[in-house]
Every structure is written in C-alpha cells, then in structure tokens.
Design a protein around this ligand. Structure first.
Ligand SMILES: [Ca+2]
Ligand SMILES: [Ca+2]
Ligand SMILES: [Ca+2]
Ligand SMILES: [Ca+2]
Length: 599
C-alpha cells in the first residue's frame, strides 16, 4: 500500500450525491416521470392482431431482449405466432416466425432465458380443435430454442403432443428455469399448464387439472407429464376451471406453482426438482373468479403470476403472487408473499394506488422480481385517470413488496375495441435495474399491435435513469480495501462497545488521516472491525450474470450482494482514492466504511 498516495475525494461530494437521489425520491410526483423510457414498436406496423405478449431480458446481456406473441398479416409469413429480438436494449425489434413444420395453429407464447443466455420460446400447438369431426386433429405444447439471442431457432421439442386426437386438450403453459447456481437442480426447465379432458364439456365427469413437466437437459427432452392438482375443476374455461398455473423456483431449488380455480388461489410445491408435488393449499380467494369482464375487452382474466426474489437483499427467497379481482367493486391488482416457502402468507396488499382510483379498472397484470436488487415490478392496464374504454399502462415498482412507486408507460391513451381479440396476458421482465414491458395496444390505424417500454432504474432504488446510462463510466470490476467502524449492536456476533456517536467521530477522524496519505493498510490493521486486510474484489451490476449472486469461486463479490453504500462509494473512486460510506440502516447497516480503491 505504501507509495500510493491517497488522492483527495471530497467527502461532501459523496454526501451530496446520495442526497441528490433522496431529493429526487421525495420531490418527484409519482405520475410525472416521463422521457427516459424507450418505447418501441415490437410487431411491425404492416402486421395486425398482435396480442398476448411474453418478454424476457437475457441475464448475460441485458441489451438482448426477446418477445413473443400472436401476430397476423405479416407480409412475409403466414405463421400464427412470432418471436421478436432486440440487441440494442429494446430500441428496435426484428420479427422471426415461430417454426411450424406441421402447419398447426400456435399461440399462448412464453419467452424465457436460461441462466447461461439460451432463449426458450414455448407455445401450444393444435389442429382440428374446433371441428366436430376434423380430418386431422392434434394438440400439445412445444418449445423451440435459440442460442443467438433470438435471431435463429432450432426445431420443435414436444413437452407433450397428442397425435390424431383433440382430447385431452393442453392449454396455457408457463415455464421457468432454475437459474440459481447453488440449487441442486440448476438448469432444470419446468412447465405447468391446464389439461381439459374435453374442452368446453359440461359433463361433470370431465375435469380440468394442472399438469407439470420437467426437462433436466435444457429442453432437449421432457420427463413424463405428472398431474399436480389434487382436485380438478370443470371444463367450461370459466371460474370453475383450473387455469393460469405459473411456476417459480426458490433459491434452494424448490418449485412453486399457483393457479386459479373454483376454490380460489391454489398453491403447490415440489422439493425434489419437480418429481413429486404436495397437497394443494388454498392461499387466498379471487373475488368474482378469474374470468372477469372489462369494458371494451373481448375477454379478461385475473389469473395469478408468481415470482421469487433471488437477490441478496432482505427479501431473498420470498415468493410473490399477484392477481386481479373485483373485491372493491372494480378491478384492482393485489399481491401476497411468503417468506417461508409457502407455509405462511402476508396480508393482501393492493398494488395500484387506491387514492385516485375513481372506481376504475386495472386489468391484465404481470410481475417480475429483479434478481439483482429484489425489486418487485408489476405492470397492468390502468383506467384510473381515463374515461370510458380509454386505457393506459402503469408500472408499479416496490423495493419492499409493500409500498409502490408508479411509472405510467409513456404512450398515448388508447380506445379499446371489444370485437378484436386482445389476448390473455402481457409481459414484463427485470434484470440488473432494467425493466422491459411488452404489451398490446390499439394503434392509430385501429389495429392491435405489440410495443415495448424499457425503463432503466438505479438498482435498489425507484430512480429511473437515462436508458443505458446505468453504469456509464463505471468500471466493471474494482478491488477495494476498507476499514469498518461499527458500534454497539451494528455487527451481529461482534463485541463492539463504542457508541454510535463515538463510531461516527472515529470514522471521520480515520477518513481525514487516510485522505492525508497515512498508510491505509496500517490503519486497517489497527482499527477495522472487519478482518485485516479487508480487501475485496467487487463486480459491478453489469459485469457478472445475476445467476451468480453469491461470491464466485475466485472470490469476486457481486455488487448486488454487498451493502449498498459499499458499491455506491467504491465504484465512484479512482485507483488510489479514498471515500466513505456513512452508516445508514438501509445502505450501510454495519457502520462506517472508509474505502480505498487499490485496483
Ligand atoms: Ca391465450
Ligand atoms: Ca398437489
Ligand atoms: Ca367471473
Ligand atoms: Ca380499480
């Protein structure tokens, strides 16, 4: 350390920087944050009837965003569904027809990425479903995969396929990868969906059930399908039917599935990598049932969405479930969560602002939890501030799963047309502070199109920042050495007796000495409440996949896994500079960190 002269970092600058963001947080009215979003058409203007959107951000390159949806009338293809890839952070999208070798009807598209960046597109595929005596009939669920971010796709792999039969009918799959490197089932791909014995049948002998399949080889093949619902629903595709199963994976590899049906929201869980599931549990009601009407929309559902917090934050491992129902006499978005793998659940939280709701509807919701900062990001159509069927979209973002900040999607409100099929869902994903939303809306020409909104946030905050600027100028990796000055009770398991005020005085004294050029290593040795030498290699948010949120084998600490102040100060320093992260319960909970960047 000797010989590296500490350059002066004016501590007031750091304080001011933090205060600047706090000021924004308080001063910004929740409905006035426009101009930093990137809004782009996903389906081309030349196409029509684009609806039912799923969207995903590549965890190893957040500028690679892939969406999937139904689309018709695209001049170059008669395919029923498409994927759309972007490699510029959502500024432009290119359509690719979904491979369809048997010329079937396809839909219910789902897009997701594996931890390593492989993209998967799942969909239902059928023929002859609606004919009384079809010449040929088939139905099933298939996936295709892309190793180049969505530009080219391989052949279809069947999750399940019934040849020469339209029964049973497989409907509305949802999928999730186990992307958590410490999970014993890392890389598993899980799929849950509804099976109708006979679609539309009123015969009480015919039931709907929730089915489940696992791929243990990245989507090359799937295990035999298992049924996970203990009691079925009817086959009428209405409130009495089991529908909307969405799977999620916990950091320990547990698989959670929630669906809607006549008993409300039902929860099931597997702790052996999807081989067996438990007893279904009702975790809440869905007032008015999942099938609910919205003016100007052909059909609407409030089915549940699940997501798990994989961050190193306070809510790591928390399982979130959100849905829409009309318990308040109009549609609202709700959220519950469980911190103990589904044993107990929090009280219901209303996601959309109740103040100013004006008795209006919020409808079609989807949710993503950012694996880096644990932020809960929920999008929905919003009529709180419109009239008639005029519609907008709102992103609600929360850092604690309880209180939300609202970010209206920056598109003009649009009028709905109930004669056009609007699809059954919209999409959202969140990665490293970036939130990508895929949604359908009526365009000026009256056609239904899909667009995307990309918003960049400073991780761990509700501060939207300029697109792509998140880490502008910041290094990918740094090595820092620090002196930690704790106080009584701030360091669990350590016997520190000094008071908070004494700690503050000592920290400011040590900062002055370090800035004056004293041997930093000697100061660490003498004063730190951490271990000497207290040297850490830290990887910035954008330089390490979220799939490795823990310390890597070569002892690199992801920024998202450190107390926030440590990274906030460390990444602003030049090599040789010294700064300080002041004690704060939210940002620097162990005490004062005097930090010197040494690499
Ligand atoms: Ca559908
Ligand atoms: Ca079960
Ligand atoms: Ca209903
Ligand atoms: Ca409402």
């Amino acid at each position: 350390m000797k010989g590296i002269v500490a350059k002066k970092v004016w501590p007031g600058f750091l304080h001011g920087w933090v205060r600047f963001f706090l000021f924004l947080l308080i001063a910004s009215p929740p409905t006035a944050i426009f101009g930093q979003q990137v809004i782009s058409p996903v389906s081309p203007e030349s196409a029509a009837s684009a609806a039912e959107v799923s969207i995903a951000i590549n965890p190893v390159n957040i500028n690679n965003i892939v969406a999937g949806s139904l689309m018709q009338g695209y001049p170059d293809s008669s395919a029923p569904d498409f994927s759309f890839w972007s490699k510029d952070g959502g500024k432009t999208f290119s359509p690719v027809p979904v491979p369809n070798p048997d010329d079937r009807t396809q839909g219910d598209d789902v897009i997701l990425f594996a931890g390593g960046g492989m993209c998967v597109h799942a969909f239902i595929t059928f023929t002859g479903l609606w004919d009384q005596a079809p010449k040929r009939a088939s139905n099933g669920i298939a996936i295709v995969r892309s190793g180049d971010g969505g530009e080219t796709w391989g052949d279809q792999t069947a999750v399940i396929d019934h040849l020469n039969s339209k029964t049973p009918m497989e409907d509305k799959p949802w999928l999730v990868f186990d992307r958590y490197t410490r999970s014993p089932q890392y890389g598993n791909l899980y799929c849950s969906w509804t099976r109708f014995d006979v679609y539309g049948s009123a015969d009480p002998q015919d039931t709907s059930q929730i089915m489940f399949a696992t791929s243990r080889d990245g989507g090359e093949s799937f295990d035999p399908v298992i049924r996970i619902s203990d009691s079925g629903g009817d086959c009428l595709d209405d409130d009495g039917t089991l529908e909307g199963a969405t799977p999620s994976v916990g950091p320990d590899g547990s698989v959670y599935v929630v669906w809607a049906g006549p008993r409300g929201l039902e929860f099931d869980k597997s702790t052996d990598g999807g081989k067996t599931f438990g007893k279904d549990r009702v975790i809440g009601d869905i007032s008015g049932g999942w099938n609910s009407d919205v003016d100007g929309i052909l059909r609407h559902n409030g089915m549940p969405v699940t997501a798990v917090d994989h961050s190193q934050g306070a809510n790591r491992g928390r399982l979130y479930v959100n849905w829409i129902d009309d318990r308040n006499g109009n549609k609202d978005v709700f959220l519950v969560s469980s911190a103990d793998g589904g044993e107990t659940w929090t009280d219901r939280v209303q996601v959309n602002a109740s103040e100013g709701d004006n008795g209006r509807d919020q409808f079609f919701t989807w949710m993503a939890v950012d694996p880096v900062d644990g932020s809960v990001n929920i999008v929905y159509y919003d009529r709180a501030k419109t009239e008639g069927t005029m519609t907008r979209l709102t992103l609600a973002r929360s850092l604690d799963g309880k209180s939300f900040q609202y970010f209206p999607v920056d598109i003009p409100e649009f009028k709905c047309n109930s004669t056009v099929f609007f699809g059954d869902y919209i999409g959202i994903d969140a990665q490293q502070g970036r939130v990508a939303i895929g949604f359908m809306h009526f365009r000026e020409n009256g056609q239904l199109g899909v667009s995307s909104a990309v918003m960049d946030f400073l991780p761990n905050t509700v501060e939207m920042i300029e697109h792509g600027s998140r880490m502008a100028g910041q290094p990918e990796r740094i090595t820092v050495q620090h002196i930690l000055i704790g106080f009584e009770g701030s360091l669990p398991g350590k016997d520190v007796t000094r008071s908070k005020m004494e700690a503050e005085q000592l920290a400011s004294e040590l900062l002055k000495r370090a800035l004056a050029g004293e041997d930093f290593d000697a100061l660490v040795k003498e004063f730190t409440d951490d271990e000497h030498p207290g040297i850490y290699q830290m990887a910035n948010f954008h330089s390490i996949p979220d799939t490795t949120p823990e310390v890597t084998a070569d002892k690199i600490f992801p920024r998202g896994g450190m107390v926030r102040g440590f990274g906030d100060v460390g990444f602003l320093l030049e090599v040789g500079q010294v700064g300080m992260s002041e004690y704060s319960a939210a940002k620097s909970k162990y005490g004062w960190h005097i930090i010197k960047r040494i690499k």
